[in-house]
Structures are given as C-alpha cells and as structure tokens.
Design a protein around this ligand. Structure first.
Ligand code: ZN
Length: 355
C-alpha cells in the first residue's frame, strides 16, 4: 500500500512525500491513502530531559516492562525523540536494545547518573571519586547512548548546595566523554555551578537555575543545550515547601530563568522542553506551554519541544527524502495554540502510521 503524506510545516511550507521502507521518498504515481491534508506537521515532539526508568523521584530501581510502557505511551503522543538523562541502573539501555525503534521514540541516553559521595540521592547514582572523573566518564560513555550525566551540585544539610566537581574536573569530564563520542549533561540548581559548567565546555545544562547572561554567548556559540525543566522545578518547590531555604532558592532561580529565556534565544542556545519527573514524557507539551508562560515566544516554545531538539542533536528536520519517515500532525497550528500539542491527529514513526 502506497501511503502519501502531506506535510504542512508551521513555517508555511508544504511538502508531499511517499513512505518507502520507513523513509520519506518523492511521490510517484497514485497513492492508496493520503494523510495529513489540512493538518500541521512537526518532525516530532522531543523530551529533552526524560527518565524512562522512573515515574517519580522515589529512588526505586527501574523496571523494563514499565519503561517499555512509558516509551510506547510517549510514541502514541507524538514524542519521536527523547534524551534520557540517566538513572541508578541501565534499564533505559535494555529498553533501547529490546524494543524496535519503530515501536518507541528515538532515544539518546546517559546510562548511569554520576555524583560524588554525599552529592546526590545515593540509590539512583554511581558514586565516583572526583579525581577519577576522566576514566569514569570514559566508562560511562561506553555504557550510555550518546550522553553522560553528572550531578554538578547538591544541598548538604545545614550548609546548602555545594559543587560536586571543580571547573577543572568538569573540563576533564568533557574531554574524556567527548573523546569517547558522548556529550555531557550536568544537573545544576545552585549558584556559580552553571557558569563553571559552561566554561568547562559542558554540552547540556539541566535545570540551570542560576545560569548567567554572560554564559549564554559561550553556550549558544557552540550549539549548547539548556533544559530548564520548569514544571519539575515547581514540583520540587511544592515538595520542599515554598518557605524552606531550598524552596526560596529555586523560586529565585526560576525568576532568573524567566529573565534569561529570551536572551538565551538571542544567543542561539538550544532551549529544550524537558519533563524530568514532573509529568510523563508523553506530556512534554505541557512544559512547552509553561515555557511560553515564563516568557518564551510561542514560536520558540514550540521550537523547544520539537525543532531545537532535532537540531541540537544533529538530526534532519525538514522531512528530507531518504530521512526516516517521522512526523506528528495536528488539526490546528501549534504555534498559534500550544495546547494542541496534547492532541496529535496522526503520529508517523519510521513509515508506520502509529496513530
Ligand atoms: Zn532528571
């Protein structure tokens, strides 16, 4: 059966493609089925900070069956790329190996989360000696799929958040991971550490509540990523209590995030929508809505949950001939109403009409 797809992008261009062996092809002859007329198409939704091994912050080991269910639910919702930022075990890598890519989103994954003694929730990370971060990242790059993950800072009782690594150690981590073909993601919610991480050449800043204006040009000029995870930060405030020291710090950090979002766009930073564990990966559209409420233009909030994720990871975004036939389609233009992201009409993954 020849399925033809009309792809009207939010940028106003329309291209028509056939699907042959999972890839886009130029249309030839008559089609048996035409999909997508009068719909708006994106190359897929993207979750820039997923954890397929977990449902909540509770430090439980991952379970393969649950991870598979989460991945399938995400695919049905139109999520075609997810960057998994690690867990305390390698469940996500089992998922990637055992489930055919056509039955799940494309997944890049960090494997294990790395921290120093006392520097994270012990059950969901691998504790390393900060002086051995180079060999540790080399090993982690071999275990993961394209990423390694470090916890950059973590609160200590009665003291507040402290850095887990020096700027020099972060630089060693970047060089070691890069040499082994992986990008480095750093979790940071404290002051000073985002700037250290950017100067050290880290590829993706997770949360990054205290990024500074002067960090943005550096991060943007090298195609760096920032995943603010606003919904998750707000969930952490509720969990800690808004008047707790941690709650107040995150509230201050979110005000900084709101100030910086338009500046980060200007600087060319790839801002990505990431669910973390506030909502499921299938609900990543909600983070795009929140980013818009925080001050991103609708156009850039939409980019954050779609185009930017593909561009930041070097993937085609223009429904190119011979590229994997991936698309998600909506009844209304999501750039005019981000709410429609929650209701895709069609989802196509590697040439299969999933929905
Ligand atoms: Zn996370």
């Amino acid at each position: 059966m020849r399925v033809r797809v009309v792809l009207r992008s939010v940028h106003g261009e329309t291209v028509t493609r056939d699907m042959i062996e999972g890839n886009w092809a130029d249309p030839v002859g008559d089609a048996d089925l035409v999909l997508g007329e009068n719909l708006w198409a994106l190359p897929g939704l993207v979750d820039g900070h997923a954890h397929f091994a977990a449902e909540t912050m509770a430090p439980r080991p991952g379970n393969l069956e649950d991870a598979i269910t989460r991945a399938r639910t995400a695919l049905d919702a139109g999520v075609l790329l997810a960057l998994d930022k690690g867990w305390g075990d390698l469940t996500v890598l089992d998922l990637v190996e055992r489930v055919d890519p056509g039955d799940r989103p494309e997944i890049e994954a960090a494997g294990l989360i790395h921290a120093v003694e006392g520097g994270y929730i012990a059950e969901v990370c691998r504790i390393i000696d900060p002086g051995e971060v180079g060999p540790a990242m080399n090993q982690a790059a071999g275990e993961g799929r394209g990423w390694v993950k470090l916890i950059g800072d973590w609160p200590r009782k009665g003291i507040g958040p402290l850095p887990n690594f020096t700027e020099e150690q972060l630089g060693v981590a970047v060089r070691s991971a890069s040499a082994a073909g992986a990008r480095v993601a750093v979790h940071t919610m404290a002051r000073d550490v985002p700037s250290m991480a950017v100067r050290a050449g880290v590829h993706s800043i997770e949360h990054g509540l205290f990024l500074q204006l002067e960090d943005l040009d550096d991060l943007g000029s090298r195609g760096g990523i920032w995943v603010p995870t606003v919904l998750n930060m707000e969930a952490v405030i509720r969990q800690l209590g808004e008047h707790s020291s941690g709650g107040r710090l995150i509230t201050e950090g979110l005000a900084n995030v709101a100030r910086l979002l338009p500046e980060a766009v200007e600087a060319g930073v790839h801002i990505l929508a990431g669910t973390d564990l506030a909502v499921g990966t299938h609900q990543v559209g909600q983070e795009a809505v929140r980013l818009a409420e925080m001050g991103l233009s609708p156009k850039h909030a939409l980019r954050a949950v779609s185009y930017s994720g593909f561009e930041a990871t070097g993937r085609p975004v223009a429904f190119e001939v011979d590229a994997a036939a991936d698309a998600v389609m909506f009844d209304a233009n999501p750039e005019e109403d981000l709410g429609v992201l929650a209701h895709p009409r069609h989802v196509i993954r590697r040439g299969r009409v999933v929905k």
